[in-house]
Design a protein around this ligand. Structure first.
Ligand code: SIN
Length: 488
């Protein structure tokens, strides 16, 4: 099937790219049903934008750089923050009902923001509300064709140029060709024991890019959210998120003695940068303590109205957060690294682009500022789609035989990768642990049964190798055997 543009992934980055590419013909490939796929719809915390009186894009950019330990690409940060307010208004025009007050958008506060600048929709259901609206607009758009239940299995390339993708669909294998192929396939949460991401955030886009020879960068920068709900059954995989907005509203982290341990760790206590808070929670747990998020005073009776998604998740665990502290564990949340892209979202391979969490534009540096991720997909996706709409049409090679689907990752390899990355390439790392992880990955590679398993191991090995190379601690990459660097 021939299109002008192929978008792999249907989260906010993918759909914004596809929508902005009109009138070019776009194929959107999504692993599940459109409404069910991607991590965007799970986002609770909202979208950061300098919309308030006294706020500015420059202040938002400054906060983004500070959170990223100044390893950010300053031009990308400038582009992101300057476009944020208009992008939020565009979303509102697409039918997203943001929460409002007498001043317009109701602006919330989250960790490491110097201002209240976070817009939410239906309290903590921002991602779900945004994706419902974008999904409806994309379905109605005449230039977009959505292929549900389609898993991209291999990039098609000739003479170093990507001209499409092979996919496995409900009717079997299929080849899609286009002038431009966009990876908007999300993150890597499924490679960690605990994550806030859905199962499909399994680094599949990164694996496709690596297989085709694209450059990746910042792979060691993996963000952990301090507060996922620790479930009664102690299960691993995707855990319910307890949004940072709860701490923004005054909820505090306490140990089993009821002591607020963050006051001794950072001046900003619970509103310190996410890596600092997540590590403090981890260290408390490592000491054998339990950790709880206590919103009983700060939110109390308003909990169901203000945080309906979290309230429902707590209720499913038999917890009433109006009256009880909520047990927490840190969980993998976001990957700052990814397929390296330039200011135009182009990867190192002609014909291949990347956007959203799958990409590494450098915008987040060593640690992403809260509520900059939906924003990134929104702003950079729209910009990319608009640019690709201008691409001249070229003659494409005909797809040769469709490559083999690559198999599935078995539970043995998947579980082993989750455990070893959690232990050795998680919140706290050291040389000995990383070396052990490398050895374990090499041993696992001997037993890999198919391409999908080799791909999974290859992405894990890239993370471990990057974490090994960066000997100093910075941002989300914390080496307990090294000094901490605070750049800028
Ligand atoms: C949250 O709601 O805590 C997550 C916000 C984010 O990751 O940006």
């Amino acid at each position: 099937m021939q299109f002008d543009l192929i978008v792999i992934g249907s989260g906010i980055a993918g759909l914004c790219t596809a929508l902005a590419a009109a009138p070019r013909r776009v194929a959107v490939l999504t692993r599940q049903e459109l409404a069910a796929d991607g991590a965007s719809r799970w986002a609770q915390g909202g979208i950061a934008a300098a919309l308030g009186a006294g706020d500015s894009a420059a202040a938002h950019a400054r906060d983004t750089m500070v959170a990223g330990n100044h390893l950010n690409d300053a031009a990308a940060v400038q582009a992101l923050t300057a476009a944020a307010a208009a992008a939020v208004r565009w979303l509102a025009a697409q039918g997203v009902g943001f929460d409002s007050d007498e001043h317009g958008f109701r602006l919330g506060r989250e960790a490491a923001h110097s201002q209240s600048r976070i817009v939410h929709a239906h309290g903590d259901a921002t991602g779900a509300v945004v994706m419902r609206a974008l999904g409806a607009v994309a379905r109605a758009a005449g230039h977009i064709q959505i292929f549900e239940q389609h898993r991209a299995t291999r990039l098609l390339s000739r003479d170093g140029r990507v001209y499409g993708v092979a996919a496995q669909g409900p009717q079997g294998p299929a080849a899609f060709t286009a002038q431009a192929t966009v990876l908007a396939s999300g993150g890597i949460g499924a490679l960690y024991r605990y994550t806030t991401n859905p199962d499909t955030a399994d680094a599949s886009g990164l694996a496709l890019a690596l297989q085709a020879g694209a450059a990746v960068s910042d792979m060691e920068f993996v963000q952990f959210h301090p507060t996922a709900l620790r479930t009664r059954d102690g299960r691993s995989g995707q855990l319910p998120l307890l949004t940072e907005a709860l701490r923004g509203a005054g909820a505090v982290l306490v140990n089993s003695a009821g002591r607020r341990f963050l006051c001794a760790v950072a001046r900003e206590a619970e509103l310190a940068p996410r890596d600092v808070v997540a590590r403090a929670v981890w260290q408390e747990l490592e000491r054998g303590e339990s950790v709880y998020l206590d919103a009983t005073r700060a939110v109390g009776e308003d909990f169901p109205q203000r945080f309906p998604t979290v309230f429902a998740a707590c209720a499913a665990e038999g917890i009433d957060p109006r009256r009880q502290p909520i047990p927490v564990v840190p969980a993998q949340h976001y990957h700052m690294g990814g397929v390296r892209v330039d200011a135009g979202a182009a990867t190192s391979l002609p014909g291949l682009y990347a956007v959203g969490e799958a990409a590494c534009s450098g915008v987040h540096g060593a640690n992403r500022l809260a509520s900059n991720s939906l924003l990134e997909g929104l702003v950079f996706g729209r910009a990319l789609g608009a640019r690709l709409a201008q691409l001249p049409r070229t003659v494409l090679p005909a797809a040769a035989a469709i490559p083999d689907a690559g198999g599935e990752v078995g539970s043995g390899i998947a579980g082993a990768v989750r455990d070893l990355l959690w232990r050795h390439a998680g919140l706290v790392r050291d040389a000995a642990g990383l070396a052990a992880a490398q050895r374990e990955l090499q041993a696992l590679a001997q037993s890999a049964a198919n391409q999908a398993e080799r791909d999974r191991l290859c992405v894990a090995a890239e993370i471990v190798a990057a974490a090994t190379r960066r000997g100093a601690s910075i941002g989300a990459h914390y080496r307990c055997d090294a000094v901490q660097v605070r750049a800028g």
